[in-house]
Design a protein around this ligand. Sequence first.
Ligand SMILES: [Fe+2]
Length: 290
Amino acid sequence: MLAPRIAAIIRAIRGAEFFKIVFLCGRSSIIHASKDPTDLTAIAFQFPELSHNLCNLRCCLGRIPPVMRLFENLYAYPWTGNDNNCNSYLFAGTLTGGRHVIIDPGHTVTPAYREPALDRLIRSIARDGLNSSDIGLVVLSHGHPDHCEAAIALRDNYGSLVALHSADEPAYRRMGGKVDLFLDEGELKLGPAGSTVFRIYHSPGHTPGHITVYWPERRVLIAGDCIFYRSTGRTDFPGGSARELAETIKKLADLEIEHLLCGHAYGNSGIISGEEEVRENFRTIGSFLF
Ligand SMILES: [Fe+2]
């Protein structure tokens, strides 16, 4: 019989058109390409350790769009490369002087396949008629290199300020990064007369200094590596805590969210839209977390 947690995720993702299934066991990844969801059952039997941590199971769908303009001033740049890297989100013209805010610019160059991730992001931003040299602020959801490495180049090249929670600053500093603004739970008002208001939530669990960014005006939550489509962030990295992540997700589930923007394209593009779809995602996660 399948472990209950594996059975739960198979139920949750049944019907999806699988393109790539990625199991993360400890620090190693097992990638299995398949279009047949029933393969998942066979794989689950092969790797019984998965039953101990459902959160380590990842599923990726193909055909992820390279860019989405969610609102007039909010652009999503889902990562479409082969190596691991994060999705990036850009608020255009939010700062005084029309400068932009980017959340999680990702890797500069990906570590395994040497994909030029930052160059691709800059080209995508240019295709939208925006200039990366106008990025005035880089907000980092947390201090993992696949989210924050490129912030070093943006700061060096364009003078962008970098914002991060203090608990993740040591990890970022070890990469050579410098922080200009420490974020913590509370409001972040940007632009002329503070015209754009974000709510920052300290959201530990994946890392101790993980933050999520809520934009109440459009009910958007940028979730970093806390929540994905039908799954959650890993908690087996240094400073991770499954208990804290569960508390974080409980807290975030109370928000009114129309668009849940995830840090990775696990299971879908990483963008979950529609209030009911977002609630269903929290319910699915809750069924195996709580
Ligand atoms: Fe991460």
